[in-house]
Design a protein around this ligand. Structure first.
Ligand code: F0G
Length: 460
């Protein structure tokens, strides 16, 4: 690692510029904290050339479709296939070779008929980002941000994380020959995610604080050390995560659903999906905007409170607590970006209880799909939005499942064994979850015992 006092390499732009989300200041390079040099707010990436020469929607759709049959690594990536709407390195073969990719994106869109019935609507799909190489949506952003980090000459990348970002960052850093530093809250991330970071070779620090504390420390670190931060404050991450929406609309033959529903934690993903929807509309790729809604856990409801109590003018931070540890975040960095896209698309913001999350997760599992707890807030939130009549029974809805079922096996096992809410304030309320439980059955190794179990199960 270079001496801590050596200057950090700058991030240079190519076909894009940085724009401050508050004062609109445009620049060609960003500081390491990715904050505006004039007013300190967050930066986003913008494509000024679209003003002079808007890419035509038909040409874009044809190019993206054509690349699906290509065997080139850049086209096999479900992110870089959409590179016309990404910060690009140019198309020269040596530049394309610099891309760090793991065949991210290309995720399935599943119908969820039983969950649709349970929510009281006709058509429900799940865009399953948990089917990415490291098991979460983070990979779509990481391929872009890691590529630009290496291009800018960094040897070290770093993140604060509730688990998935660290797993993804560690994988892409390893693939790209960079070292990685992970800051996670001690005891508050799942073993699966922690084990990924370790196996991919990250220097992993479990800090005695929460996610918000880890992120604060990282912000200070990047000002002092030549490490490049790969949290979603990094706008390259959000550009990669935009492709979720592009791929989704392509899968729906460019017919927008009425609603897209996404979990909210640090609020980078909702901001990215919203940015993609607005850009698709600007470029004429879609003729109307789906409503983008964000769902949070009741115990980590900073955006819900921010919108309800201040009309989106000022962040209301909370002390976060939820078993959906991926979204256990009380001071979301991208709250302004998320508030903007909710308003621009006409979406809603809702919160759900721990019991509602557990129920929704079991229902998604029972469709043979499964997801981690943070992803299940989407179905739980959808049910509330239907009750509120914000979502109408005949409308089409896509929920974004952000993480794989295998990301948090402790939650799943505790749920099925009936231990998840034992001794908690939710114990009584959780009794209604009984029919969804499938506890493992320990038996003597005899044919009789297995047949008896089968017969009992047939009756239930
Ligand atoms: N779902 C999952 C599975 C996540 O891991 C996260 C965030 C979110 C939803 C929320 O997305 O932050 O963009 O609003 N996980 C981060 C991490 C914070 O460190 O892995 P967001």
């Amino acid at each position: 690692m270079p001496a801590l006092s050596s200057p950090a390499p700058g991030v240079q732009s190519a076909n894009f510029r940085f724009r401050c989300i508050a004062c609109g200041d445009l620049s060609d390079a960003a500081n390491q904290d990715f904050r505006c040099a004039r007013c300190g707010d967050l930066l986003e990436i913008t494509y000024p050339r679209w003003k002079e020469a808007k890419p035509s929607p038909e040409t874009l759709k044809a190019a993206w479709s054509q690349r699906r049959i290509s065997q080139s690594p850049v086209d096999l990536s479900g992110v870089w296939r959409f590179r016309d709407l990404l910060p690009m390195l140019g198309t020269a073969p040596d530049e394309v070779r610099q891309i760090i990719a793991l065949r991210e994106g290309n995720t399935p869109l599943y119908e969820l008929p039983r969950c649709a019935r349970s929510a009281g609507i006709a058509h429900l799909w799940a865009k399953h980002q948990g089917m990415n190489p490291t098991g979460s949506f983070k990979d779509c952003g990481m391929t872009v941000a890691a590529t630009f980090a290496r291009r800018a000459g960094f040897r070290w990348v770093a993140c604060a994380s509730t688990g998935n970002t660290s797993a993804s960052m560690a994988a892409y850093a390893a693939r790209g020959g960079m070292r990685s530093l992970v800051l996670v809250p001690e005891g508050k991330i799942s073993w699966s995610k922690l084990s990924q970071a370790l196996d991919y070779g990250a220097v992993t620090c479990q800090l005695r604080t929460d996610f918000d504390g880890c992120l604060r420390l990282l912000q200070e670190l990047v000002r002092r050390a030549p490490v490049h931060q790969l949290n979603s404050i990094n706008p390259f991450r959000l550009e990669g995560q935009k492709t979720l929406a592009l791929e989704l609309l392509e899968q729906l033959d460019w017919k927008p659903p009425d609603h897209i529903i996404v979990p909210g934690g640090n609020l980078g993903n909702s901001s990215a999906i919203g940015k993609a929807l607005l850009e698709m509309s600007e470029l004429g790729l879609i003729s109307r905007l789906p409503k983008l809604s964000v769902i949070q856990a009741e115990g980590a409801n900073a955006l819900v409170r921010t919108l309800r109590e201040t009309g989106g003018q000022r962040l209301v931070s909370v002390q976060a607590e939820t078993r959906a540890t991926a979204i256990r975040i009380g001071n979301p960095a991208s709250w302004k970006k998320a508030a903007h896209v909710l308003e621009a698309t006409g979406g809603a913001c809702e919160q759900v209880s721990e019991v509602e999350i557990a129920q929704a997760k079991a229902e998604i599992g029972a469709e043979g799909i499964g997801c981690e707890p943070a992803s299940a807030v989407t179905l739980a939130g959808l049910k509330k939005l239907v009750k509120r009549q914000f979502v109408k029974p005949e409308e089409s809805v896509v929920v974004v499942l952000t993480g794989n079922l295998l990301k948090d096996p402790d939650f799943t096992i505790e749920f099925h064994r009936g231990e998840l809410f034992k001794g908690s304030a939710d114990e009584n309320a959780s009794a209604m979850l009984e029919p969804l439980r499938r506890a493992p059955i320990v038996l003597d190794a005899t044919l009789d015992a297995v047949i008896r179990t089968l017969e009992q199960a047939e009756k239930s």
